[in-house]
Design a protein around this ligand. Structure first.
Ligand SMILES: C[S@@+](CC[C@H](N)C(=O)[O-])C[C@H]1O[C@@H](n2cnc3c(N)ncnc32)[C@H](O)[C@@H]1O
Length: 203
């Protein structure tokens, strides 16, 4: 069972003109992307081969670019945000074309491209406080028709009304972790933990 996360990073820069010293202030919040990469994939020892993370970078100067981080293909996942940011800095250098680095890959795909691709092959939800209780959704887990689960979430700004309208029109349902608003990276950790429990129960 693959777990897939799609983060819409609405301000994240699409080149490498940011400084590691002031990542939040110079990168359009790529720090949020790095944090979400780590919460999707990192374990206390090693990383999760069952998870693929996507960040759709929509900031200047050449939106949109999608970063894929595939747990099955990673050799060594850095254990801190700034080291992840250094990998992104290398990948996003417009002068060079190393579009893959050990499990990390850049793709010329936008939000709708990646959502529609995953919708064809997985049970897909978007994260929203006003959605259906995730525990109820996951209790139907053994009956899932497709072998993958995809969760779409917003960054520090959140999904806007147009995003939500589009997702609902695509038939994608909102699911909620409760009335409190969490950081995206915390939402990912909570979902990973909940999935561990249902997947264990199923076995
Ligand atoms: C930091 S929050 C976004 C905050 C932003 N001010 C907003 O109004 O959406 C980042 C993302 O985490 C997800 N999220 C946060 N809290 C949630 C909750 N309680 N249930 C489901 N998703 C949640 C949403 O997808 C949200 O876009």
């Amino acid at each position: 069972m693959k777990r897939i996360f799609i983060l819409k990073a609405s301000t994240a820069r699409t080149d490498n003109k940011f400084t590691i010293k002031d990542l939040p202030g110079t990168s359009g919040r790529l720090d949020v992307v790095c944090r979400c990469i780590l919460s999707s994939l990192l374990l206390s020892e090693g990383h999760r081969p069952d998870t693929i993370f996507y960040a759709v970078l929509e900031g200047p100067p050449r939106p949109s670019i999608t970063v894929e981080v595939n747990g099955e293909k990673i050799e060594n996942l850095p254990r801190d945000e700034l080291k992840v940011a250094l990998i992104l800095k290398e990948l996003l250098d417009p002068e060079k074309t190393p579009d893959t680095v050990s499990g990390f890959k850049l793709m010329n795909k936008g939000f709708q491209d990646i959502v529609e691709e995953k919708l064809c092959e997985s049970e897909t939800y978007f994260l929203h406080r006003a959605g259906k209780n995730i525990n109820e959704v996951l209790s139907g887990f053994p009956n899932l028709k497709r072998p993958q689960l995809t969760f779409i979430l917003g960054d520090h700004i959140g999904l806007n009304q147009n995003d939500i309208k589009y997702l609902v029109e695509m038939g994608i349902k909102p699911i909620s972790l409760g009335p409190k608003e969490y950081l995206g990276s915390h939402c990912i950790s909570l979902i990973q933990e909940k999935l561990n429990r249902v997947i264990k129960k199923k076995k």
